[in-house]
Write a protein that binds this ligand. Structure first.
Ligand code: KG4
Ligand code: ZN
Length: 811
């Protein structure tokens, strides 16, 4: 801990490139304040920098351990952490940052971030290079992160504002065009792949190749320089340290393009387009299923509208693929409720906006603007150069909106809305003026607070209570939920926090892996802290949140799932457990879904049959003993949850599909439509859902073509019946064949009330005891991970710190 002389023991890490950079050093803020001597105040005790391609998550914590040992220190002695924020390989940067966040939280010490590009420049500086230096960091896919620096005895000074990404050839051309290009010396790992492009334009000077990567020492110089010149080295709250992003995920960049918004390059903070996510609002093309709701909204907002109200079949006819003129219709909805729509028809090079309506309670939220953005974008794609519409004279609110978008009056239609009621014809050239929606929430910035956190104050009773309870904290980050739970040795859940990212994925109709990873990095510290607070509250502790050192162990989902998402949880958990000096426990997510049943039936005992139905898996399992699984059958194609999501997407119901479909199915007739049941032979425990999915899509298309509105409740109920029938028959067969008399179920689809009710009703009749997990423990959560982690804790099954995420884990 802190020495009396004001020096800080700092551990520096960076995994943004193939170099695993790691150093331990004394940093003396007083000596380091000397502007004329950049190296002053840093005393390197150990460095363990080494190349380690794609193995950063495996090696990072142990490498740090080795460096500390070499320095004669332990994690307990570390006063502050420093991490490279990139830019670099996305996953690499996230491994370093997540581990560092875990370490900082686990030890309750400051975490500073530093630019990896700067660190690279300082590596050259430290080796005595002086003059103009260009760092070329590899950004993959033909791109680089370029950074220009002036190196002199006072240090390495940036000649650019923000990190950015460029095509390698463009970066080379830009530098070659500089008047001082002749004295430019290049460094950076991007030269390995793209050095030739720089050579071709005459940039041939190179810093020695052994200096092309960042090092721990380089990071230390970077941070010391920042502290010296700005008074502080970035923020020190681990919640606020984020990777340096140079752009949004591809999905969001494409969407911004679609919406005609500015490129993100200079606005990226959290790395995710928070302002695009809205709260729940989703905008998507109109589907036939929307027609009824559109007609209702039309009727509601008819007053003042510029035309006779349209009915459902008029809206439906707009979808006719054989219509003479091209159409574009978009709807905005929130959780299945239609909030607005807009549509238009292409006439030559003009899109005539036919209708715009927004529910009264949702006006002034920017919905009309969003809808028009989509319609006008489509129009441009269809070759239009202008958009036009009519507003009644005197409808100033509407006219004001349209004027903001660039519409100007080009004519009038006398008595268009009835005698004495003229229409103003407005026209705008495309693209429309579309500012970022001011009604959308600002990017989520974690609240500023004092860090490190105050240590808890415990009396003897509370300490005894903690000793007795043996709290296990568990982290889940395999998909689009960041979740943390805390359980005690008796199996009592003391905290259960879930931060869902659904809003950020919904508008893409499914989970976007890059967004998922970014959101995990952004929120993980907050979710862990919320769980530590909740647990203290559950225990009635007055002396502050549970501190990491008061836990007994740390569990984490190791797989299966999205690799970039899993990595964040695993890296964080390793840093957290290591710094708090607690054992690490790796949990199989699928086992989590199974063990969720123990929350309902603590005395559940194998052998039994278990059905796993989630977004990624469909399995029928004979659980012979805990940990002894015989997988009787799996899906050959889509998982059950996936089928729900795809059908919902086809119906334009948004993502995720399960909850919407099950709500709609409530009032439907499961016998209304006969959908196929695949692989229905006795003794065959495999599943196949792609045929059913196709049958549903064909049905939708056929009805649309015939101009018939789809009866959503019937369709959903019939789809569910087809899925669940098969699940029931196979479960029944497996129970009979194995002689097991217990049955349980798990996974997101197990939250479906009809599936739960049917299994309980039908199987109980046959003398089977049926368990279903609590409904909120079916979709991804950390409570179920905590249940498994607790079991493993009691058995002493711990993992070493060189484990990595395993996206392909199975039961
Ligand atoms: O277990 P989970 O949260 O994530 C994975 O591990 O995959 O499962 C998510 C899946 C999604 O496909 C979602 O549509 C589905 O579970 N789901 C449902 C329901 N709630 C969620 N499916 C049917 N009915 C529901 N009520
Ligand atoms: Zn799951």
């Amino acid at each position: 801990m802190r020495t009396g002389d004001g020096r800080l023991l700092v551990a520096a890490l960076d995994t943004s490139t193939d170099m695993l950079a790691c150093a331990v050093a004394w940093w003396d803020p007083v000596d380091s304040a000397d502007v004329s001597s950049p190296a002053a105040g840093i005393e390197l005790l150990a460095s363990a920098d080494h190349l380690c391609r794609r193995r950063a998550n495996v090696e990072l914590v142990d490498t740090l351990g080795r460096a500390l040992t070499q320095a004669g220190k332990t994690m307990n002695d570390v006063d502050a952490l420093l991490v490279g924020r990139g830019p670099g390989s996305f996953t690499g940067v996230r491994i370093g940052i997540s581990t560092a966040k875990g370490l900082a939280c686990g030890a309750n010490i400051p975490l500073y971030g530093a630019s990896t590009l700067d660190a690279c420049a300082w590596v050259a500086w430290d080796a005595g290079v002086r003059g103009l230096v260009g760092v070329v960091a590899d950004a993959m896919r033909g791109e680089v992160y370029p950074g220009l620096y002036r190196l002199d005895d006072a240090g390495a000074t940036r000649l650019f504002e923000r990190e950015h990404v460029l095509k390698a050839a463009d970066a080379a051309a830009a530098w070659a065009a500089r008047p001082d290009a002749a004295c430019l010396q290049l460094t950076g790992d991007g030269l390995k792949r793209y050095g030739r492009l720089f050579e071709e334009v005459g940039l041939v000077e190179r810093v020695d190749e052994s200096l092309w990567h960042p090092t721990g020492k380089g990071l230390l110089y970077t941070a010391a320089y920042a502290a010296r010149h700005t008074g502080r080295a970035d923020t020190c709250d681990p919640a606020l340290v984020l990777p340096v992003y140079t752009r949004l995920s591809d999905a969001e960049e494409n969407e911004r393009k679609r919406l005609g918004l500015a490129e993100s390059a200079n606005t990226v903070t959290t790395g995710v387009a928070d302002e695009l996510a809205g709260r729940h609002l989703q905008v998507r093309p109109m589907a036939s299923a929307d027609a009824e709701a559109m007609a209702a909204l039309e009727a509601e907002s008819f007053e003042g509208a510029g035309h006779a109200p349209w009915n459902a079949s008029m809206f439906l006819s707009e979808l006719d693929p054989n219509a003479a003129a091209a159409r574009s219709w978009w709807v905005a909805h929130d959780n299945g409720e239609l909030l607005g729509f807009a549509g238009g028809m292409v006439v030559d090079t003009d899109i005539e906006i036919l209708d715009v309506a927004v529910a009264a309670a949702h006006r002034r939220e920017g919905i009309a603007r969003k809808l028009l953005a989509h319609v006008s974008y489509d129009a441009q794609m269809l070759g239009c150069t202008t958009a036009s519409l009519e507003v009644e004279e005197g409808n100033d609110a509407a006219a004001a909106l349209y004027e903001q978008l660039g519409f100007r009056e080009v004519g009038r239609r006398r008595d268009y809305y009835g005698t004495g009621r003229d229409a103003r014809v407005l026209q705008a050239s495309l693209p429309l003026n579309l500012p970022v929606d001011p009604a959308s929430p600002e990017p989520t910035a974690a609240a500023r607070r004092a860090w490190p956190l105050p240590e808890p104050v415990r009396d003897a009773d509370e300490r005894a209570e903690l000793e007795r309870r043996q709290l296990v904290l568990a982290i889940e980050s395999s998909c689009d939920e960041t979740a943390v739970a805390i359980i005690d040795a008796d199996g009592t859940l003391l905290a259960n926090q879930v931060s869902t990212q659904i809003d950020f994925h919904a508008r893409f109709g499914g989970v976007v892996p890059e967004i998922a990873s970014r959101k995990h990095v952004e929120v993980i510290v907050g979710v862990v802290e919320a769980a530590l607070e909740e647990a203290a509250a559950s225990l009635g502790f007055a002396g502050g949140p549970i501190s990491p050192r008061e836990l007994a162990a740390v569990g984490v989902t190791q797989g299966p799932g999205l690799v970039g998402a899993l990595v964040v949880g695993v890296a964080f958990a390793k840093g957290f457990a290591y710094a708090a000096d607690k054992p690490l426990i790796c949990v199989n997510h699928l086992e989590g879904h199974l063990y969720a049943n123990l929350l309902t039936t603590p005395d559940l005992k194998p052998p039994f049959i278990f059905t796993l139905v989630s977004g990624g898996h469909t399995m029928l399992v004979h659980v012979r003993a805990w940990g002894d699984y015989e997988v009787l059958g799996e899906t050959l194609d889509d998982a059950v949850g996936e089928a729900f999501d795809k059908v919902a997407k086809a119906l334009g119901l948004g993502y995720p599909g399960g909850p919407v479909i099950s709500r709609l199915a409530e009032t439907g007739d499961p016998h209304a439509i006969e959908f196929p049941r695949a692989l229905n032979r006795r003794g065959d425990y495999r599943f196949s859902l792609s045929g059913l999915k196709t049958a549903v899509t064909l049905y939708i298309e056929q009805e649309q073509r015939a101009g018939r509105p789809i009866h959503l409740p019937d369709l959903c109920a019939s789809f569910e019946a087809a899925v669940f029938d098969v699940q029931y028959k196979k479960a029944k067969g497996a129970l009979r064949e194995t002689g097991a008399c217990e049955y349980c179920i798990g996974g997101g689809v197990a939250a479906n009330p009809h599936l739960r009710e049917m299994m309980i009703r039908k199987l109980s009749r046959q003398g089977i005891r049926v368990t279903v997990p609590p409904q909120n423990a079916c979709t991804d959560n950390a409570a179920m991970i905590a249940v498994v982690a607790r079991e493993k804790y009691l058995r002493g099954e711990f993992s070493s710190f060189d484990v990595d995420a395993d996206p392909n884990m199975t039961l």
